[in-house]
Design a binder for this molecule. Sequence first.
Ligand SMILES: Cc1cc2nc3c(=O)[nH]c(=O)nc-3n(C[C@H](O)[C@H](O)[C@H](O)COP(=O)(O)OP(=O)(O)OC[C@H]3O[C@@H](n4cnc5c(N)ncnc54)[C@H](O)[C@@H]3O)c2cc1C
Length: 404
Amino acid sequence: MAEILVLGAGMVGVSTGLALQARGHQVTIVERGSPGRETSYGNAGLIQTEAVEPYAMPLSPWVLAQIALGRGYDVRWNIPGLMSQVGAVLSYARNSLPSAHRRATITWGKLIRQSTERHAPLVQAAGADNLIRRDGYIEIHRTPKAMAKARIAAKRFLDEFGVEAKLMDGAELRGLEPAIKVEVEGATHWRDAWACSDPGGLVAAYANLFEKQGGRIVNGDAGDLHRDGNGWRADDYTGEHAVIALGPWSPMLLARYGLNVPMVYKRGYHRHYHMETPPNHPIADFGNSVVLSPMRRGLRIATAAELTSHPRLAPPQLRHGEEAARELFDIGAPVEAEPWTGRRPCMPDMLPVIGKVPDQPNLWAHFGHGHQGFTLGPVTAEILADEIDGGEGWAALQPARLKH
Ligand SMILES: Cc1cc2nc3c(=O)[nH]c(=O)nc-3n(C[C@H](O)[C@H](O)[C@H](O)COP(=O)(O)OP(=O)(O)OC[C@H]3O[C@@H](n4cnc5c(N)ncnc54)[C@H](O)[C@@H]3O)c2cc1C
């Protein structure tokens, strides 16, 4: 059994700690803040077994023209934000072509389908059942055209992947979600997914479980990671192995160890709003590029992607999302003075990076989960733990693919 340092206590790092601990290793997690307070705090809280295809970049000329002109709310950008990651963005575009996307989907789908079964024992052992609902989320379709597309998508998901979804008309939707106050054409109920009412709270509960079982979480800066004999040292802590699970901060550290990681940083925002009668499920209003999740703190409005180097104080995507949400529901004032913001750590080939860092004995990578790291943390933690214990790992996920 080994002493292992895990750098970062987001969903991915904490899940790594738990998976290694279950195999008998002595694990120390080094975190500069508190567990689950960064990207793993700010997401929409969905544990998405239905998300069997990774999130491709839209490539239709019309959509690209809209994005270029700064119209629509799915992808926003500014010049410094785009230029700082242009190589990674172009590579993401190439990998979004149908044949490459199909290849990524084969691996991605195998990961995602394990997600609820990997979370289930952790939720139970952590006593976090009160944070989880197991009855899916609802994607609304405001127009007949959107509803027709949804029918095709639902059939394709069933035929190709065996993912079941229930299509509803406006009346059925109102039965399920009486708080919706306008006529909506219909909806898709993705029933397999789970919803978490406090994503940061779930990571904190997993972190408590890890400590109760003998793991250590220490405050420290992983940025000064360096070799220590055959092993590694970060701050005052040492281990035979070290795992980099720093989410969007991982590439910065790996650059020091000879691995150039081309990440696309898709910034998202959220804000909570007071609400007397919240919806019963998270409501995805993709036509307006937002997910509206009932959370402990209020209704969380979470936005799509922004390629910017610095966050905006008044993000247009959030302003638009709030307008769309107010059409649907009676919503009160914002809970926080300012919106939260964070960056999805997205790899251009849409697959997370899991395995041995090339040329660096006993250094391991575990990051790049993009749009679904909250879902996938416990799944990929198991794959990495097995590889550290001598297993083969998954070839398609290896960091060696980044080395040219
Ligand atoms: C708006 C939005 C909505 C999303 N919705 C969903 C969703 O519904 N479902 C889903 O599955 N995913 C969702 N995601 C994606 C998901 O949140 C991320 O993929 C996931 O949280 C990444 O987890 P992580 O542990 O890799 O990173 P993080 O949670 O960011 O953890 C990294 C940790 O490293 C620490 N750290 C960084 N630098 C140092 C250092 N030098 N020293 C020590 N510690 C350090 C940080 O403090 C942090 O705690 C969403 C993301 C966004 C932004």
